[in-house]
Write a protein that binds this ligand. Structure first.
Ligand code: APR
Length: 170
């Protein structure tokens, strides 16, 4: 397996799939979700809108993933996932965050993709501490042993990149 840490905007990455840290509605938002929708163009919202709701207003539960094309993005696919909202760490957040990474990698392998880029899921609006989230991400990536998929951890700030690099060293 190949893991790379990059600093920058995930919407610019030329990979097979980028992961979106979305809301359960999958109808867009701020942060990386907003950036992905802006860069992918309006067809992304239409593709999300037609995905079936699993409960009223919910197209993707926490820890699950849904796949759409990337439309105007360099990436062929967007793998949408919903991270947990941080509530202090004793409400199953780590397991839910791990499920986001595990399911996204599994879907990428199933589609025979060779490269996937993740943002720091849950580390913005959802408030997950970056160091703890990085440890979860790295542990899952190592555990999945998806040897044929190159994984990029895309960090929007140098502080996030430092936290991810530290997690990779431990
Ligand atoms: N490229 C890479 N990373 C980015 C980008 C970008 N263009 N824009 C923001 N980020 C980073 C943030 O700095 C943060 O580290 O992505 C990480 C995740 O932050 P959020 O986008 O706020 O995602 P999250 O914490 O999972 O919250 C999800 O926010 O926008 C809404 O619809 C979204 O309700 C959902 C919630």
């Amino acid at each position: 397996m190949w893991i790379e840490v990059v600093e920058g905007d995930i919407t610019r990455l030329e990979v097979d799939a980028i992961v979106n840290a979305a809301a359960p509605s999958l109808l867009g938002g701020g942060g990386v979700d907003g950036a992905i929708h802006r860069a992918a163009g309006p067809r992304l919202l239409e593709a999300c809108r037609v995905l079936p709701e699993v409960s009223p207003g919910v197209r993707c539960r926490v820890g699950d993933v849904r796949v759409t094309p990337g439309f105007d993005l360099p990436a062929r696919y967007v793998i949408h996932t919903v991270g947990p909202i941080w509530r202090g760490g004793n409400h199953g957040e780590a397991g839910e965050l791990a499920a986001c990474y595990r399911h996204a990698i599994r879907v990428a392998s199933g589609l025979e993709l060779t490269s996937i880029a993740f943002p720091a899921i849950s580390c913005g609006v959802y408030g997950y501490p970056v160091a703890a989230a990085s440890a979860v991400a790295v542990a899952v990536i190592h555990a999945t042993q998806a040897r044929d998929v190159a994984i990029t951890l895309c960090c929007y700030s140098p502080e996030t990149a430092d936290a991810v690099r530290r997690a990779l060293l431990t």
